[in-house]
Design a protein around this ligand. Structure first.
Ligand SMILES: NC(=O)c1ccc[n+]([C@@H]2O[C@H](COP(=O)([O-])OP(=O)(O)OC[C@H]3O[C@@H](n4cnc5c(N)ncnc54)[C@H](OP(=O)(O)O)[C@@H]3O)[C@@H](O)[C@H]2O)c1
Length: 123
């Protein structure tokens, strides 16, 4: 199987890439350092060509809820839209356990309402 790992150079991504490679899969690593920008879409069509499964473990380091929301919504939209064109069959998203239930003290908004990426919102 051909698996594309979004954020495959990150802390979690490196482990996912290693496990998928050891299991005998063809792995495509997607990160800016590998020529793919998940927010602008640069290199995404080429990276997802012939891919069966996308595993998204990308991340942004920020304390801004607005920046995080924009990043995760944009990345997920780009991956789903480009993935649909490329014939990707499965989209796996790693978030944080319980993210749906967290009330963010800094914003006073619930994670669900503020648009934080929860697995239930990405099919
Ligand atoms: N680390 C933890 O302890 C932990 C715990 C619970 C949940 N999680 C979740 O697991 C996921 C991954 O976290 P992590 O800690 O492994 O992240 P990380 O180490 O910060 O890695 C982020 C990855 O995303 C890539 N990336 C960032 N912006 C990008 C862009 N515009 N285009 C393409 N790639 C981009 C980075 O590569 P480039 O910089 O080269 O683009 C890198 O490969 C997140 O959803 C996080 O919430 C992590």
């Amino acid at each position: 199987m051909r698996i594309a790992v979004a954020g495959g150079t990150g802390l979690l991504g490196r482990l996912v890439v290693e496990a998928a490679t050891e299991a005998g899969h063809q792995v495509v690593v997607m990160s800016r350092a590998r020529g793919v920008d998940l927010t602008t879409g640069r290199g995404l069509d080429e990276a997802l060509h012939g891919v069966d499964v996308v595993i998204d473990v990308s991340n942004i380091e920020t304390l801004s809820g607005a920046k995080a929301t924009t990043f995760f919504e944009t990345v997920t939209r780009n991956l789903l839209e480009t993935g649909a064109r490329a014939g990707v069959k499965h989209h796996v998203l790693v978030s944080i356990i319980g993210i749906d239930r967290v009330e963010w003290a800094t914003t006073g908004r619930s994670s669900t309402r503020s648009g934080w990426r929860s697995p239930a919102r990405c099919r």
